[in-house]
Design a protein around this ligand. Structure first.
Ligand SMILES: *Cc1c(COP(=O)(O)O)cnc(C)c1O
Length: 643
């Protein structure tokens, strides 16, 4: 049986279309001849393909437990290069007189290895870092080592934050302190005078343009951050009064993340450019315009204004920024500013994914009971039996559906009233699901399918139980219905015949994924392959490198995942090697975060075991085994063990 979502001809192209791989994959992901998903980390070297089956093998041979985060460092580097080159090319082509000095906002993924790789890949482009909190500033201060690269400081600031900014300046960083609210300006001026330093100050504008999508609240009058136009004018005046007018160097705006519609980008550039030009006319020699983040990712592969998509490419985005800024500046006869952008999502989303193992299948109709007719069975059961046997010749299927549903409800009530027993109820349920199965088959290919029967497809679909936690690894699928691509990593040359949604191992019914991009549609099930005995089935959850990697929580005490960091390597037969393994949280780690003392817990448990041994209720060998076992589990991984 093929799934209604699966095309009739099955080949790699069909698999690619079904899972949207080349649509969301940005050229990095494809299906190999063997039917496995693979990564081409360097798009200019298409012969270098890293096969996920080999990655999984390597992970297993090193006894690293699933779920695992896999980072492709080459992909991260490639994204940094792509964004910088896009700006540089466009600046040349447009005869734009300013440069591009991008910064990576570390909040999007603060992992040290990620930040280090981005800084290294961006060296030749003077690519810098952005921090939005004291902890991030302390990091950026130590890691933004490229001379000439900018350090941009956003977020609300106390005096300590401002003092740290001056420390960064004193050790040679090009620091721009962006004022989010007026009072910050006063403390910057005061501390600058105390220290006898000249800061570089930016002003964040509250924009009237709102981005569309989940983050539209970052723009508009009720935006949390930024100065109104009146406040910007006053800020300029205040700085001039304090003889610090020359310190005003940058105008900043950020209208939201994951901007889905390019029109919002154009509008924001236009509005921002006009504010910049006005400040120039007022005599402030601003050098930089920082357009914030927002460059979107096509998570659902539809290239549309869906919340999980965007209707433009990186090149189109860059062109709108560069040409938009130039046009306003030329009309206003002000110099072209150096352009700064703070793209985080677009830099990091593709480089990491989560590999999880399917632990089993959950079906509503999986258990069937013996349907032999018992002595004096209840009429409800007889009715259901007759309905099932007459189904083949039935013409009014809707009526069959209605009757079956009614008998099932009545049987439930009858059970509660002790009119029928548990065995009879189980027989009614078994018959009910048999009827539903047949109804669904009878409607396959029909032109009109009633709503209830359409819903049946979901009720009858499987749930694949995945060894991971949505709350740790894909927080946005739960919090904001973000769609993330899910793809089986092997067997892509086989027709996927099982429609299923995913459930995780948390004890939370929200721990599920039931929204998938299938072809161009959003579906609550995704076709997968039937599970086989004694064979593991691995799924990849993709585009998790931005936010998902670092925003997860420890719901049910499932902690951080094991990670493998992969580099491509042409001379290797598999084209890659695992450069680093980062251990995920142990049970001990997560318990300590919650204020437990695992060491004393182990001592307490040992004491209880020793007592049993002393009382002769457990033999000493057994006692030692149980003690060791408890301690091993404390040191172990928080997820399910499958080996
Ligand atoms: C979050 C944030 C960013 C990053 O946005 P992306 O959409 O991930 O590129 C940039 N700038 C500021 C001020 C932010 O708050």
């Amino acid at each position: 049986m093929t799934s209604p979502l699966t095309p009739s001809v099955w080949d790699n192209a069909a698999a690619d279309a079904l899972y949207g791989i080349s649509k969301w994959g940005a050229g990095y992901f494809a299906i190999s001849d063997k039917g496995n998903l693979c990564v081409t980390p360097d798009v200019s070297k298409p012969h270098m393909q890293i096969d996920f089956a080999s990655v999984i093998e390597d992970i297993q041979s090193q006894h690293i437990q699933f779920p695992v985060v896999v980072r492709f460092h080459d992909v991260l580097r490639a994204q940094v290069v792509q964004l910088n080159q896009a700006f540089n090319h466009c600046i040349q082509e447009a005869d734009y007189n300013g440069a591009y000095r991008g910064v990576y906002p570390v909040k999007v993924n603060q992992m040290r290895e990620v930040v280090e790789e981005i800084v290294d890949a961006g060296k030749d482009y003077h690519y810098g870092l952005e921090a939005g909190s004291k902890a991030e500033l302390l990091t950026v201060l130590a890691y933004n080592t490229t001379a000439d690269a900018l350090t941009i400081l956003n977020g609300y600031k106390d005096d300590e934050f401002v003092q740290l900014a001056f420390l960064a300046q004193k050790i040679g960083r090009k620091v721009l302190i962006v004022v989010e609210k007026f009072s910050e300006l006063k403390s910057i001026v005061r501390i600058a005078k105390e220290l006898g330093e000249q800061p570089m100050i930016g002003l964040r504008a509250k924009m009237s343009v709102k981005g569309r999508g989940k983050w539209e609240g970052s723009g508009g009058d009720r935006a949390k951050f930024g100065l109104t136009i009146a406040e910007i004018i006053n800020a300029g005046k205040y700085l001039a009064q304090e003889n610090m007018g020359d310190c005003l160097k940058l105008l900043h705006f950020h209208i939201g993340s994951q901007l889905t519609d390019i029109r919002a980008v154009k509008d924001a550039i236009n509005e921002g450019a006009l504010i910049y030009a006005e400040l120039r006319h007022l005599g402030f020699n601003l050098e930089y315009v920082d357009i914030g983040g927002g460059l979107g990712i096509d998570y659902d592969g539809t290239k549309s204004t869906n919340d999980s998509s965007r209707n433009y490419s990186i090149d189109e985005y860059v062109a709108d920024v560069v040409y938009g800024m130039k046009e306003v500046c030329d009309l206003e006869k002000v110099p072209h500013p150096t352009l700064v952008s703070e793209s985080g999502r677009a830099i990091t989303a593709h480089h990491s994914c989560v590999i999880t193992e399917i632990m089993g299948e959950i079906r509503p109709d999986s258990a069937q009971v013996d349907l032999t007719v018992g002595a004096d069975e209840h009429v409800l059961l007889t009715n259901m039996r007759e309905l099932a046997s007459s189904l083949e010749s039935a013409t009014n299927l809707q009526e069959v559906f209605n009757d079956a549903s009614q008998y099932k409800e009545q049987a439930n009530s009858a059970f509660k009233l002790r009119v029928i027993g548990l065995t009879e109820l189980a027989q009614v349920e078994t018959l009910y699901w048999q009827i539903m199965q047949q109804l669904q088959q009878r409607y396959t290919g029909a032109e009109f399918v009633p709503e209830e029967i359409q819903a049946l497809a979901f009720d009858l679909s499987s749930q694949y139980l995945c060894n991971f936690s949505i709350f740790q690894s894909a927080a946005d699928t739960w919090a904001i219905d973000q769609i993330l691509p899910v793809v089986p990593l092997t067997r892509l040359n086989e027709v996927p015949t099982v429609n299923c949604s995913l459930v995780d191992i948390t004890c939370d019914s929200d721990g599920k994924i039931d929204q998938f991009a299938v072809g161009r549609e959003i579906s609550n099930v995704l076709p997968m392959h039937p599970l086989r005995d004694n064979e593991k089935y691995h799924l990849g959850l993709f585009l998790t490198g931005a936010y998902q990697d670092v925003m997860g929580d420890m719901h049910n005490l499932f902690g951080r995942l094991n990670e493998v960091h992969i580099f491509s390597y042409d001379d290797d037969p598999q084209d890659f090697y695992i450069e680093e393994v980062v251990q995920g949280s142990s049970v001990e780690n997560v318990l300590s975060v919650m204020q437990y003392n695992p060491h004393s817990m182990a001592i307490d448990v040992k004491r209880l075991i020793d007592k049993r041994v002393a009382q002769g209720q457990m033999n000493p060998r057994e006692g030692v085994r149980w003690t060791d076992f408890y301690e091993d589990c404390l040191r172990g991984y928080t997820y399910l063990k499958t080996e």
